[in-house]
Structure formats: structure tokens, C-alpha cells
Design a protein around this ligand. Structure first.
Ligand SMILES: Cc1cc2nc3c(=O)[nH]c(=O)nc-3n(C[C@H](O)[C@H](O)[C@H](O)COP(=O)(O)O)c2cc1C
Length: 418
């Protein structure tokens, strides 16, 4: 019976354990988590979501305070079109975050950055370009362009000296999205180095509509595999979403996948960025405690725990400090929803907004507990402690469990000294 360790992911001259820890924003997939994946011979991801606030917290920079000070007078104004990011500050925060991880990297694995096009930051092209160039200049091994269309992102990097040497991959959820990407980028003469195929059971935003449960990862992979073969395109494919055991991974590797991308099982590790109290909520969750809803202002469905404090929170939009989802004209679906509720309840001291959430603030404060479909199985991957809580895992334990387990077995951690 085979294990993941019987396979290798080849990316150019690199030979890797075919296990990729997916990007989890905002700083849920921390540098520490990515460094463990690289040390163990696989691939880890940083997330490039909201890096100015992430470096403020980790490295004591002052990016958010500086921006807020500049736009303070606009806080009560519904029009956010003037609230712009300083491009040099975005570049600097990206450089700081990425270079810190790359300098600490040990082992034969790689560290990529997950780049979300949905973060339009009130100037989509300019800010995306700075984020991509900043990561490449800071020495990142590769960039994964996360689901969304990202049609122009390769072109934005074309003039960077590392455009052809860094590994560049895309995440798609359908053959159609892949075909559109390949057609649009044909003239660059630069194919993606890998394609992550993210199915409907993943965490974070989904590349499907609310009919996500009609889709099946295996079917999408087969369709894309046949298409690539017919077109003579040798691009590694990497399924993601719902791959919970080493045996699940092996079944995809035997189908022809080059590696698998996983995330949910790492949300309960010490290296992951979620505070320990919230990790306990992930462990405790049952299947009926998880939902896919439309509260993200991006317009994409998102999976999360129903208990997430972000659901129904009616806070004032925080665009002067954050503003990562402003669309380029100063609009965000949360601002519209918030203003509608304020107008409907003019005398209320506190309002609730049920249909959208201020995702920047919620993700920054770990109030949106986004998670994969299989989160309800996490309790079976650890031990219950005498005080009723669940024992947190290490990234090494989970990584090696994926790498070596067979027969759908999940090895429990050693008993934690009390
Ligand atoms: C907490 C959490 C946050 C995530 N955030 C992102 C993200 O910011 N960008 C992204 O492309 N994918 C994100 N994902 C998706 C993962 O990178 C990954 O592809 C997927 O969850 C793998 O499926 P699994 O969680 O069932 O293993 C997130 C997943 C989780 C669990």
C-alpha cells in the first residue's frame, strides 16, 4: 500500500515531498508554518493579504497608523474614493514579510506566497503589481495566484527579472477558468509552472456559486487532466479541498496529480496563526456548525463556522485603516449594506448587518472563522485533555502523518505533558 512519500513533486530542478500547505489569509498560514513545510521537504505558503497590518503586528512597523492618520478626516464620510494606499509602503511591508521568511528558510522545500486578486485596494492594478514585484524582489520561491480570474497578473510581472525563474502557479476551480487564463496569457510565452485545482470543500472563498455542492474535485481534475493531455501541455496539477488523510492524497497522486494542496488539518497546529482559543472552536465544531454564506463583500461564497463573530457585526467600515476590498472607485459591498442599515435605524446605538461583513476588520481580528468542509473531523486527529480541551498539534506531526500514513489512518499525537 502506497503512502505520499512514494511520490515526488518535480518543479524544474526541485524534487519535493508532494505536499503543499495552502495559503490562509490573514496570516493564518504564518511564516512559521511555511518554514516547517519547507524544512520537511514540501511547500509552504505565506499569504500576502493585508501585509501592512501583519507586519505592524509582527515587526512593529506603523503602516496602519500612518494611513489612518492621513485619512482620519474621512472616517465618517461614505465616499472612500480618496482613501489610497501608499505603494511604497505596500512594497516595503511585502519585502519585510517575505525576506524574513526566506532568510530563515532551512531544508530542501520551498516557500511560495498566495496572492489574492480580490484585494483590489482601491487601485487594483497598481497595488497588485507592487505586491507581486515586492515578493519576487524579496526572493520568494514562487507565487500562487489564488482563485479569481487573475487574467492580467502574469503580464504585471513580465518586466521583473525573476518572471521566468520564480515558480508561478494559478488556482482554478474549473476547466473553463483555466482555458480563459491560458488564452489570455498565450502571447507571454510563459505557462504556469503548476495548476492548483481547488474543489468545493476548501476553506476560505470558493471559486463556485452557492451551488458548490453540485461539483466534485475528482471530476474537475479528470476534465483538466484530459484537456492538458490533448493539448500536449505538461503542467503539474495539484488538487485541493477536502483531502484529509494520506490515503486521500495517494488516491489523487495515483490518478496523475503531481502533489496535493491541504490546509484545514494545519489550522489546529501551533505554528498556524489562529489564536489558541479559536483553535478550540475549530476542534469542537460539528458538521452542522459550518456554513457557506455570502457575507464576504467580494461576492464569492465563503465557508466559515456559524459562530464567527463577524456574522451580523455592524461595525463602522474601517477603510481608512484597512480598505483592502475597495474596488478602485472607493466602493465595497459592506459599506453599502452598512449605510442601508444606518438609514433604516437612525436612532439605534448599535446596528447589525446580516448580509455582508467588514471582512478586512474581521480577518484582521480573527473574527471570521473561515474553515474547510472537513473541519468537523479535526477532533478525530488529536487527544482530548483532562480539562476537556483538545491538544494542539505541531505542523511536523500533521505533515508527517500525511506523508507516511496508509489505510486512511490518522496518527494521534504523543500525550502532551500536563
Ligand atoms: C482558514 C483557511 C483560510 C484560507 N485562506 C485562503 C486564502 O487566503 N487564499 C486562498 O487562495 N486560499 C485560502 N484557503 C484555501 C486553502 O489554501 C486550500 O486550498 C484549501 O483549504 C485546501 O483544502 P482543505 O482545507 O480541505 O485541506 C484557506 C483555507 C483555510 C482552511
Amino acid at each position: 500500500m502506497k503512502s505520499v512519500d512514494d511520490f515526488r513533486l518535480k518543479l524544474g530542478e526541485h524534487e519535493l515531498v508532494p505536499l503543499i500547505i495552502g495559503g490562509m489569509g490573514v496570516d493564518i498560514s504564518t511564516a512559521e508554518l511555511a518554514l516547517e513545510a519547507a524544512r520537511l521537504g514540501g511547500v509552504g505558503h505565506l499569504s500576502d493579504a493585508m501585509l501592512p497590518t501583519v507586519t505592524d503586528r509582527l515587526l512593529h512597523t506603523n503602516f496602519v497608523r500612518t494611513k489612518l492618520r492621513q485619512y482620519k478626516s474621512n472616517v465618517a464620510n461614505a465616499d472612500k474614493s480618496t482613501v489610497q494606499f501608499d505603494l511604497e509602503q505596500i512594497a516595503e511591508s511585502t519585502r519585510l514579510h517575505v525576506s524574513r521568511a526566506m532568510e530563515a528558510k532551512r531544508g530542501t522545500g520551498m516557500i511560495f506566497v498566495n496572492c489574492m486578486e480580490k484585494l483590489t485596494m482601491n487601485a487594483p492594478r497598481e497595488t497588485l503589481r507592487v505586491r507581486l514585484h515586492g515578493a519576487l524582489s524579496a526572493g520568494i520561491d514562487g507565487i500562487t495566484l489564488s482563485a479569481g480570474l487573475h487574467l492580467g497578473s502574469f503580464a504585471l510581472m513580465e518586466d521583473h527579472p525573476r518572471f521566468r525563474d520564480a515558480k508561478l502557479g494559478i488556482i482554478v476551480s474549473s476547466l473553463r477558468a483555466l482555458q480563459i487564463f491560458l488564452r489570455k496569457n498565450a502571447k507571454l510565452n510563459r505557462l504556469p509552472d503548476y495548476i492548483v485545482i481547488e474543489g468545493p470543500l476548501a476553506g476560505g472563498h470558493l471559486g463556485f456559486g452557492m451551488d458548490w455542492n453540485k461539483y466534485d474535485l475528482r471530476e474537475i481534475c479528470k476534465e483538466i487532466y484530459l484537456y492538458l493531455r490533448a493539448e500536449n501541455l505538461e503542467i503539474p496539477i495539484i488538487p485541493a479541498g477536502g483531502i484529509f488523510t494520506g490515503s486521500d492524497a495517494v488516491s489523487f497522486l495515483e490518478m496523475g496529480a503531481a502533489a496535493v494542496q491541504v490546509a484545514t488539518r494545519f489550522t489546529v497546529t501551533r505554528e498556524c496563526g489562529l489564536p489558541e482559543k479559536i483553535v478550540q472552536e475549530y476542534f469542537k465544531a460539528n458538521e452542522e456548525d459550518i456554513e457557506v454564506n455570502m457575507i464576504s463583500p467580494t461576492g464569492y461564497p465563503m465557508r466559515m463556522l456559524k459562530k464567527s463573530p463577524a456574522i451580523g457585526a455592524g461595525i463602522r467600515p474601517n477603510c481608512e485603516a484597512y480598505g483592502y476590498l475597495l474596488d478602485g472607485n472607493g466602493n465595497c459591498a459592506y459599506i453599502t449594506a452598512y449605510n442601508r442599515e444606518v438609514a433604516a435605524h437612525p436612532n439605534a446605538r448599535k446596528i447589525s448587518v446580516m448580509d455582508k461583513t467588514c471582512l478586512c476588520t474581521a480577518m484582521r481580528n480573527f473574527d471570521c472563522w473561515t474553515c474547510g468542509h472537513n473541519t468537523y473531523r479535526l477532533k478525530d486527529t488529536t487527544r482530548r485533555l483532562a480539562d476537556g480541551t483538545y491538544q494542539m498539534l505541531t505542523a511536523e506531526h500533521v505533515f508527517k502523518d500525511y506523508q507516511f500514513s496508509t489505510d486512511n489512518r490518522i496518527s494521534l499525537p504523543n500525550v502532551h505533558p500536563q
